[in-house]
Ligand binder design. Structure first.
Ligand SMILES: [Fe+2]
Length: 447
């Protein structure tokens, strides 16, 4: 697999763009390489897409938004692929039903490879034929294509994790089990708050939903210096966390009962021991590792039990900035290039000069913020405007990245989002509170 850290595009000369394109595209194929054509075809639940669908859809994205717009004499590689591999772009015409993607046995995984190679050749030819001025004009869509493909690299791993979890042979995708760990003491980082600015700034890439940068007022607050661990989650479970309606939002409690939740998504109890399915097999739950694959509802219920709350996304972003951990700090994070493919226990210390641990990587962190447009947000014109804006309803924001996120895809201002009940994403919990020291622990408060 290729796991080098690739710098973001800064110079738009054709050679550099072709190189970057080749790196991003090759990485998708490297992630799919350990999977058989049969592995790549299965859709184990409606939220999951087959691996070969991801490989084809990211190709369709370049074909649609770059080749169809700018290649002279453009014709689609296959007419039906336009329909099959459009994800959600209404303005581009009808598309195939998402929950039925697993029924598309043809084209097979190898034919998807042919599609990818065809589009790769044509993109290379197009870009190499452009002068720097024209290429600079196309830069936003080319770079969006890179980041779109990286988003799907992460989704590919989240999705195949679920596919393999349903196989009774418990296949291993990659990675090795870490030595079990014990949680250390949770620390707290005080943040002054006040009138702060959040949102993307500068010349680097950001999705449209990270803009515009704007002001927010924050009361003084504290952020936990690491993520909630499995050991702490087991204490929540032992204390009736999944049985006590009073800890839950009404919608969450309805889900607990309707879907029989009694532990995180990938946990199973066997002979009184909790085991966790991971991309490197099924193992006893590691006490010191962060809890993961919990929904917003579970995160919120846990925070209530602990006498705390979830941070807002503005609190999260400002605390990270105040802690001196801009985008450069992601270099030390447990992101996909570490090839752990699973959250790890918090390191003993934060990056030099900082106090917050596990900011980038390990688990996407649920926030208390609904996924809404920033003040002044306007999606771009045309089909590309459907990328983010139309999902700003009934979803919550997550921050920071996870162990499946490509390293140069994580970002301080990145706003990931999932519905409240989603559990198959690699999501975790960081606590916050109002800053005043509390006299009781969660267990005492709710015994
Ligand atoms: Fe997509």
């Amino acid at each position: 697999m290729t796991h080098e850290r690739t710098p973001a595009m800064t110079t738009w000369d054709p050679t550099r763009v072709v190189e970057r394109y080749a790196q991003v595209r090759a990485h998708t194929e490297a992630l799919a390489a350990p999977l058989s054509p049969e592995d790549q075809t299965v859709q184990s639940m409606p939220d999951v897409s087959p691996t070969k669908w991801h490989r084809a859809h990211v190709t369709w994205f370049f074909e649609t938004f770059l080749l169809a717009e700018h290649e002279s004499g453009f014709a689609p590689f296959q007419d039906q692929y336009w329909f099959l591999f459009n994800s959600y772009y209404e303005s581009l015409g009808p598309r195939y039903s998402r929950p039925d993607r697993g029924l598309v046995t043809r084209p097979g995984a190898h034919e998807v490879g042919d599609y990818r190679r065809n589009v790769d050749d044509r993109v290379r030819e197009l870009v190499e034929g452009l002068d720097e001025g024209t290429l600079t004009k196309l830069a936003p869509v080319v770079e969006l294509g890179f980041h779109h493909e990286q988003q799907h690299q992460e989704l590919l791993l989240m999705d195949i994790k679920h596919v393999l979890s349903r196989n009774p042979l418990q296949p291993v995708y990659a990675g090795t089990r870490r030595t079990p760990s014990e949680p250390d003491d949770l620390g707290w980082v005080e943040v002054e708050g006040g009138l702060v600015e959040v949102g993307h700034e500068g010349a680097g890439f950001a999705f449209d939903n990270e803009l515009p940068r704007h002001r927010q007022w924050l009361e003084p607050y504290r952020l936990a210096d690491r993520l909630v661990t499995n050991a702490e989650w087991l204490a929540f479970m032992s204390d009736g966390g999944y049985q006590r309606a009073g800890l839950w939002l009404s919608d969450g409690w309805a889900r607990v009962n309707a879907e029989g939740w009694r532990a995180p998504f990938y946990w199973v109890e066997h002979d009184g021991v909790w085991l966790e399915h991971t991309l490197h097999g099924t193992w006893p739950v590691d006490p010191g590792a962060p809890v993961t694959h919990v929904s917003f509802y579970e995160a919120e219920a846990y925070a209530t039990w602990a006498g705390k709350r979830l941070p807002t996304e503005a609190e999260w972003e400002h605390a990270v900035v105040a802690d001196g951990q801009g985008d450069a700090a992601r270099a030390g994070g447990n992101l996909a290039d570490q090839q752990a493919f699973h959250p790890a226990a918090a390191p003993a210390s934060a990056p030099a000069g900082s106090r917050l641990r596990q900011v980038y990587g390990d688990c996407w962190e649920w926030t208390a913020s609904a996924y809404h447009p920033y003040p002044g947000f306007h999606p771009p014109e045309g089909a590309i405007g459907e990328y983010n804006g139309k999902f700003m309803s009934n979803q919550m924001v997550l921050r920071g990245g996870c162990a499946l996120t490509p390293p140069d895809h994580a970002r301080l201002t990145y706003r990931n989002f999932f519905p409240h009940a989603a559990r198959w994403a690699m999501s975790g919990v960081r606590l916050a509170d109002g800053g005043a020291p509390t006299a009781t622990t969660g267990q005492e408060a709710h015994a």
